[in-house]
Design a protein around this ligand. Structure first.
Ligand SMILES: [Cu+2]
Length: 314
């Protein structure tokens, strides 16, 4: 009881301690400060943005906007999300620091400062703004995801990818040829490092509509072509799909993105996006090597798994 009375007294002290015109003076001071701050801050922002590399402009994501028909959308979702979040962050940090400085304890003040409660405009503001943000992020993510996941139908090339401990098999279903993969540990160059040219390599024709069917022979893996900015799980008896059009020729690194066992790190592969002519030549080289047909579910480890399509004869 006594303490409460004391607090009430102290609060009234705090209120009376502060002359009214101090607040007005400090408000005038801060608007003058803001006017002076606009110029240097603007100059810094312009200079920094003008000096941006492509890597920085795409928020340090690997690859680039022209790697597949989906990468531009993914990059713009990523970068714009960061811009929105940084603006919100700067406003929040500025308000936090301002409140800490403007309402700091001043000489001669004791007890609690005036407590602010039930301020409807402020409570409404910090309920509605996060709600708009969450709905906005959800909507843009759903839109981008739908664009990536929708089956455009009629693929020019259909390829089946099998993850296995610890490599990848590629079945070029449209051309009825295959390429079996061996884990990176067994593919070292003379210097003892992994020789990328000896890794399992997936060939893709540039500018053509690709469908990839992703499957697993044993445990859950994840098929990830880093620069394509997309990955998808390879789950036993649950085929997944990827649809895209590679737009830029080049060699891209791929890896397993799901911890799948002791040699998970050896599940490296390469993707070579080549001209349609080079692609056809590669397919012919597989045919010439006698790699005709498909390395199908008959090689799966668990032949009793429901839905793996294996029959008694397998
Ligand atoms: Cu794996």
């Amino acid at each position: 009881m006594m303490t409460n009375q004391l607090r009430t007294f102290e609060r009234s002290q705090v209120r009376t301690d502060r002359p009214r015109n101090t607040a007005r003076r400090s408000r005038a001071g801060s608007s003058r400060l803001a006017r002076w701050a606009v110029l240097p801050i603007g100059a810094v922002v312009v200079t920094v943005l003008a000096g941006c590399t492509q890597q920085e402009l795409q928020g340090f994501l690997p690859g680039g906007p022209d790697v597949t028909n989906h990468t531009e959308g993914v990059i713009s979702l990523w970068v714009n999300s960061w811009i929105v979040l940084l603006v919100i962050g700067i406003i929040t940090w500025a308000l936090t620091i301002w409140a800490a400085i403007a309402y700091r304890r001043r000489k001669g003040q004791t007890g609690f400062p005036v407590q602010l409660r039930y301020n409807m405009p402020i409570e409404f503001f910090y309920t509605v703004v996060p709600f708009i943000l969450v709905v906005g992020f959800f909507a843009f993510t759903a839109k981008e995801q739908t664009a990536i996941e929708t089956d455009p139908g009629d693929p020019d090339v259909q390829i089946e990818v099998y993850g296995k401990q610890w490599a990848w098999d590629f079945n070029y279903l449209s051309d009825d040829v295959y390429s079996p993969g061996v884990q990176a540990q067994d593919r070292l160059g003379s210097d003892g490092n992994v020789d990328p040219d000896k890794l399992p390599t997936l060939y893709l024709p540039v500018g053509e509509k690709v469908q990839i069917d992703i499957a697993s022979r044993d445990v859950a893996h994840s098929f990830w072509i880093v620069d394509f900015l997309y990955k998808k799980d390879a789950i036993p008896s649950h085929p997944n799909h990827m649809y895209f059009t590679p737009l830029k020729e080049g060699t891209y690194a791929g890896k397993c993105a799901e911890l799948c066992g002791q040699y998970h790190a050896d599940m490296l592969f390469q993707v070579k996006v080549v001209s349609p002519d080079e692609y056809d030549a590669y397919i012919e080289s597989l045919r010439d090597a006698g790699q005709v047909g498909r390395l199908g579910p008959e090689l799966d480890r668990n032949q009793n798994l429901p839905g793996n399509g294996a029959t008694d004869e397998d």
